[in-house]
Design a protein around this ligand. Sequence first.
Ligand code: AMP
Ligand code: MN
Ligand code: MN
Ligand code: MN
Length: 283
Amino acid sequence: MQGVDLHTHSNISDGTYTPELLVQAALEKGIHTLALTDHDSMDGLALAEKIANNQPIQIISGVEISSQWSRPSTNKTYGVHIVALNMQNMQPLQQLLQEQKRIRAQRAIQICQLLEPLIQMDIYPDVVAKVEGEPDRITRTHIAKTLVEKGIVARPQQAFDKYIKEGKKAYVKFDGLGLAETIQVIHESQGFAVLAHPTRYDLSATNVRYLIERFAQHGGDAVELPPAIEPASTRQMVDRMIEQCNLKVSVGSDFHGDNMPWIKLGNIPTLKQGQVGIWESFV
Ligand code: AMP
Ligand code: MN
Ligand code: MN
Ligand code: MN
């Protein structure tokens, strides 16, 4: 499964490479199966497919959907990301993405409004300038970068830690569909639903296990394997849940270009014996 990367971002969302450049970089890395999974948008797909034409690379349709999960016993809601892959009928998913884009654009305004009294500055116009004037592409990464450029913080991570991550004053949750509904729409589009980076939601180990279990119960297809830099115990816990819930696995780097230069395109973890890659189900 070397040569597979099923989680990447372009500048359609918070990556820095254009879809065309991303495909070119993937070809140079020997990647033969690539999914472009921008946040709540498939607008880069046609560009990626066009440049990949007649090249030794297969472009898999993909998108990383902002979803949410409520743990019934506590009723606390967590933002989770569901990667949709290999859709055969774009229409149901595109309809969902239209709504997701509306939520995203609205939320960006809300975040900037909350930031304004805290930093004594209106940054919204600069944020919009980062997404070629298309507010439905704004992510918190763009807001964090703007705060760096304005000298409010030294690094993007500080913008999250001080202002825009969960629990901070300018945090606005992404009020998207729940897990079950998200999975349902992906299946209506005849795609596969992958739980993205299960160990990156600031959940306790118990809650990670519970999330994976619920994801499987709702018909989810695969779970993304944690990157090799994570502790072996974390990987083992995820492996156990995958086996217990009879799920397939997905692999992706979550490449963001120069916005996260430590993440390398095509750098994916190895499957454990017995695990089945979701890409084996692609038509
Ligand atoms: P959004 O979809 O607008 O909430 O933006 C989410 C993106 O922001 C993620 O895909 C990451 O690229 C980035 N991000 C989220 N949380 C953090 C964090 N705590 N530190 C740095 N980047 C983050
Ligand atoms: Mn991102
Ligand atoms: Mn994500
Ligand atoms: Mn991602």
